[in-house]
Design a protein around this ligand. Structure first.
Ligand SMILES: *[C@@H]1O[C@H](CO)[C@@H](O)[C@H](O)[C@H]1NC(C)=O
Ligand SMILES: *[C@@H]1O[C@H](CO)[C@@H](O)[C@H](O)[C@H]1NC(C)=O
Ligand SMILES: *[C@@H]1O[C@H](CO)[C@@H](O)[C@H](O)[C@H]1NC(C)=O
Ligand SMILES: *[C@@H]1O[C@H](CO)[C@@H](O)[C@H](O)[C@H]1NC(C)=O
Length: 242
């Protein structure tokens, strides 16, 4: 385990230095990201994907019944909009070619502190607040049977009773995996702008803030915030679905 962590540490260092895309060890990912032409879901990652076609088949169902050994409908079917957010998160974890940026230092299949946009978490909460769940933390709170399948230990209650708000939901539902970012711009919202965010975060991490990349960042942030504002205006179609 120690040797593995050390290797993982070097793998992560290599990622942040070279900006090389990497998949997650221990998460049934591909060795490295590659193009996938036949994803059934998660097509945001078609150009470069850590997942292969098979796992996206179950995710393309509507409603989603289960993904691999995890049932999504233990408290009944999710509403369409709520489900679209759950799919985005699952797609990110399964397929994102940037996922190893947030690899957990000790658990090979886990991620930690992915910087989420506040507005994404708030919209997600709005979408799910009247759906039902029996677990606060989807990683640890299930009873798992001998087949690896998940069961409720507690009663199903509405999301709005389980979680106080979008921040609470984002930072509880997947343990330490997600963290609401202080920045309204350098944060992920599971759309096509994420790849640019990752690039800007990389530049920051390498201390490479030449004046050109600074102004590049400002320009991008204005664009992104404008886009979020536009999406909000027509109130009831304010959320992209996959
Ligand atoms: C599906 O679940 C099994 C058993 O938990 C696991 O070994 C396998 O890696 C999982 N596959 C994917 C694609 O997650
Ligand atoms: C959930 O969706 C499936 C497939 O559409 C349907 O057969 C089933 O009756 C639904 N379950 C509930 C509790 O609504
Ligand atoms: C969100 O909910 C958490 C937990 O219920 C609470 O501690 C926090 O103050 C809330 N934040 C806002 C902005 O309401
Ligand atoms: C810093 O940024 C410049 C311009 O974007 C790029 O050409 C250079 O390779 C970067 N250097 C490092 C160490 O990332």
């Amino acid at each position: 385990m120690l040797r593995f962590s050390v290797l993982l540490f070097f793998a992560i260092s290599a990622v942040s230095i070279s900006g090389k895309r990497q998949c997650l060890e221990g998460a049934a990912h591909k060795q490295r990201p590659s193009q996938e032409n036949n994803l059934h879901e998660c097509t945001l990652y078609s150009k470069s994907s850590c997942c292969s076609e098979d796992i996206t088949k179950e995710l393309a169902d509507s409603p989603v019944i289960k993904v691999n050994t995890t049932y999504w409908n233990r408290c009944g079917n999710n509403s369409k909009l709520c489900q679209s957010y759950l799919k985005k998160i699952e797609c990110f974890y399964r397929c994102s070619p940037y996922i190893a940026h947030w690899a957990h230092p000790h658990y090979a299949a886990a991620i930690v502190s992915v910087p989420m946009c506040q507005n994404f978490c708030d919209d997600w909460y709005e979408a799910c607040k009247n759906d039902f769940t029996c677990v606060s933390n989807w990683l640890t709170d299930w009873a798992i049977d001998e087949k690896g399948e998940n069961h409720c230990k507690n009663a199903c209650i509405p999301y709005h009773e389980m979680y106080g708000n979008g921040t609470d939901m984002c930072e509880s539902m997947w343990g330490d995996s997600l963290k609401v970012s202080d920045s309204p711009c350098l944060c992920l919202q599971m759309d096509e702008m994420d790849s640019k965010v990752v690039k800007l975060l990389e530049e920051r991490a390498t201390g490479n803030s030449s004046s050109s990349s600074r102004s590049d960042e400002e320009q991008f942030c204005r664009l992104k915030l404008d886009k979020i504002k536009k999406l909000k205006e027509p109130k009831d179609e304010g959320v992209e679905t996959f």
